[in-house]
Design a protein around this ligand. Structure first.
Ligand code: SF4
Length: 739
């Protein structure tokens, strides 16, 4: 038999927020290869280990065996009254009718806020748009949130508090223009590998470029730093306040910029007065001289003569975001940029690195429980009226929706009766798994809409709806630098899978007939969901951005096809997108000025103590992705690191009479797991680190009291930032005991 001809399809990698362009090779029936797209401005042809093995994880037999290919129904409960019994195949019409019937019944009986819809940063912008319109427009509940809450919501809140809008102001090309790169709470080398290669290129081209890395753990990124500050967990705000103190003392701020473009500096100056470098260094657990050096390099640019101001670019990620003080941390770092005028210039600015591939696109369409389409706010009556008018509904409810942790806590408490979980695995990824499992058990009706049938959450579903995934669907995603790219299908959807936005539309149209009272105010349309393609959804989203900070009315799918991916904003009439924001020093606030944040330092939510004397942090491995539903199917990706370990400092290992490689129990106030020790000085004394990827399949079992072990997030802390509602996944107090 002659081999089928190979076809190339341009698309985007689904793994992380770098948003690398890929070319998918397929033979008409399956994906046979993947290579980097040399013309994509995010990666210029490069891919990391995960991206370059996408074809092996996409259509390998072992992956296909884990795919959910038909709707499935789980009738009743198991013998013990718990979920988890067998499922049976049902047809799509029955599945969609059942979903609509049960959701409508619960809305009529308990009100729309008895529903919770939980989405994913893996979804395409079009998927997000339809789900948000369905919840906030049709059903009248703002209980729609996403796993981006666990990832980027502190970055969102930090930008909005200080700069006025959820808009990363920089571009990847700024790496090449920076004099100082300040990497804080990000293991870029592993979490965003292709960006790290671009950083290495930048330093090679300009050997005087200096890197400062701030982290609790001596990561692979930290190993490359010119200056590494190994701070105590959660002390980032103290560090930034201390650095600003030094800048003020040494006259390194930019008073002209502060006077012309900002407000609130006096209050911040009062706050940082107490943060002498000595005090800040003490709290952070670092050398005072290093803190002073960091402040000077940040303010002046490294390797320059005194008085000449260089450019400083900050890169940051989950070390700042996944914190009970996440918004304060983000804002305190942005303070440094505003105080030194390091923003709105090539090579300067605060630049959050997005975790998931489309966390940005989700935010653009209002994909969090406190947001609305086009970067509008739910708490703003004018914004609600604008969106209601765009959607053709009477109103959008004003009451705040529940964020991720609140949503599952409400389901565990019996307030939320139905959960619709789409493209994500909360039974592994949300902290305090015991609470999450109570929620999934207690909910009356659980829909899991997924590509994979083997996730921990799928076991709790009453109804499983099979969705297409990467390589099978078309739509758009936005990466960390505001660049909108397309993903495209290279093969046919397998089985009877359907696109996520289509499933949402099919259920929404059924709900329109079952809940006609929800359509009051509709302006003569027969349905609020008249879409026949992903592009038709996107076109409606595009209109919702008109006049907003992310205006993309000058963009179309066709233009992206012809001119390549573009950065927003790109309003009607613009020839291209915009590489850099705030070059004119005008910010999207009421008075056009950026706002300093004078928030005080707050320590971690659960400090270590005599009973739980270690600080646990979690992190990403280079070759694994989230809960491993893709990467876990490929043996090659375990070549780098094969199994989870708990990293522990050699002095702690010796002091406790433990051995490198010995099994220990790691226990927090919420749960426990058992792991081998890896003795290493990458972590500081009294701190331990565990990779985030493994769930109960590997780290399961029961403890000596018969309590289930539920993976790494059986141990982590659900306490969240009061502003961003992002939980403190990066720190929990634990104890370590031999088993
Ligand atoms: Fe994919 Fe991220 Fe790797 Fe690029 S850096 S290939 S987007 S995982």
């Amino acid at each position: 038999t002659l081999p089928l001809p190979t076809t190339d399809t341009r698309s985007t990698c689904p793994y992380c927020g770098v948003g690398c362009g890929v070319i998918i090779e397929s033979d008409g029936t399956q994906i046979t290869g993947v290579r980097g797209d040399p013309d994509h401005p995010a990666n210029f042809g490069r891919l990391c280990t995960k991206g370059s093995t996408l074809h092996l994880t996409a259509s390998a037999p072992v992956t296909m065996a884990t795919r959910l290919l038909q709707p499935r129904l789980r009738r009743g409960r198991g013998a013990n009254g718990q979920r988890g019994g067998p499922t049976e195949v049902i047809d799509w019409t029955s599945a969609l009718d059942l979903a609509a019937d049960r959701l409508a019944e619960i809305v009529r009986r308990d009100g729309p806020d008895a529903l919770g819809i939980y989405l994913s940063g893996q979804l395409l912008t079009e998927d997000y748009y339809v789900f948000n319109k369905l919840a906030k427009g049709l059903l009248g509940t703002n209980n729609v949130d996403t796993n981006s809450r666990l990832c980027m919501s502190s970055a969102v809140a930090g930008y909005k508090r200080t700069l006025g809008a959820d808009a990363p102001p920089c571009s990847y090309e700024d790496f090449a223009h920076a004099d100082t790169v300040f990497i804080s709470g990000s293991n870029t080398a592993w979490a965003h590998p292709v960006l790290f290669r671009r950083l290495e290129d930048a330093r090679k081209a300009r050997p005087d470029q200096r890197w400062i890395v701030v982290d609790v753990r001596r990561t692979e990124t930290a190993e490359t730093a010119d200056l590494f500050l190994q701070i105590q967990p959660g002390t980032d705000v103290a560090l930034y306040h201390g650095m600003l103190h030094v800048m003020l003392w040494e006259g390194l701020t930019d008073p002209a910029y502060i006077a012309a473009h900002t407000t609130g500096f006096d209050a911040l100056r009062d706050t940082v007065r107490a943060w002498t470098p000595k005090e800040a260094a003490r709290v952070c657990g670092i050398q005072e001289v290093d803190l002073v050096q960091a402040a000077r390099w940040f303010a002046q640019g490294a390797g320059r003569t005194p008085g000449e101001r260089g450019r400083t670019l900050s890169l940051y990620c989950q070390g700042l975001n996944q914190s009970a003080a996440g918004t304060d941390k983000n804002a305190a770092l942005i303070n440094l940029h505003l105080a030194t005028g390091q923003i709105g210039k090539a090579g300067a600015g605060p630049f959050s690195l997005t975790g998931q591939p489309n966390a940005m696109g989700g935010r653009e369409v209002g994909g969090l429980s406190n947001l609305l389409s086009g970067h509008r706010d739910l708490g703003n009556a004018t914004h609600r009226a604008e969106v209601a008018s765009l959607w053709g509904v009477a109103d959008v409810p004003a009451n705040p929706g529940k964020s991720a942790i609140e949503m599952f806590q409400a389901a565990a408490d019996g307030q939320i009766k139905a959960l619709w979980i789409v493209c994500t695995n909360p039974a592994q990824s949300i902290p305090d798994q015991a609470m999450v499992r109570r929620a999934l058990e207690r909910a009356e009706f659980v829909i899991v809409q997924e590509a994979f049938s083997t996730t921990a959450t799928a076991a709790y579903a009453d109804l499983l709806l099979p969705a297409t995934t990467w390589g099978e669907k078309v739509g758009s995603v936005t990466n960390s630098e505001r660049r909108i790219s397309l993903v495209r299908p290279a093969v046919k959807a397998p089985g009877s899978t359907r696109h996520d936005w289509q499933i949402a539309v099919d259920i929404a149209r059924r709900l329109e007939t079952r809940l006609p009272e929800r359509l009051n105010g509709q302006t003569g349309q027969t349905t609020l969901f008249p879409y026949d393609s992903a592009e038709s959804v996107w076109n409606e989203h595009r209109e919702s951005t008109r006049g907003r900070d992310l205006d993309i009315t000058g963009l179309s799918f066709d233009l992206i096809e012809r001119q390549g991916p573009q950065q927003w904003p790109m309003p009607e009439g613009a020839a291209t997108g915009k590489a850099r924001l705030y070059e004119d020093g005008v910010f999207p606030t009421e008075d056009g000025r950026a706002r300093f944040s004078a928030a005080e330092f707050r320590p971690v939510a659960e400090p270590r103590d005599a009973r739980y004397p270690f600080s646990l942090t979690t992190g990403r491995l280079r070759d694994q992705w989230h809960g491993m539903s893709r990467t876990g199917t490929l043996g090659r990706l375990f070549g780098h690191i094969a199994e989870p370990v708990v990293e522990m400092h050699p002095t702690d290992v010796a002091r406790r009479g433990l051995q490198d490689g010995a099994l220990v129990e790691v226990r927090s106030r919420r749960g426990s797991l058992v792991l081998p020790i890896q003795s290493t000085d990458k972590v500081a004394p009294t701190q331990v680190a565990i990779p985030m990827h493994w769930g109960e399949e590997v780290l399961g079992g029961t403890d000596d009291k018969g309590v289930a072990r539920l993976g790494i997030n059986g141990v982590t802390l659900p306490t969240y930032c009061p502003t961003s509602k992002q939980p403190e996944l990066k720190h929990a107090a634990v104890r370590i005991e031999a088993v």
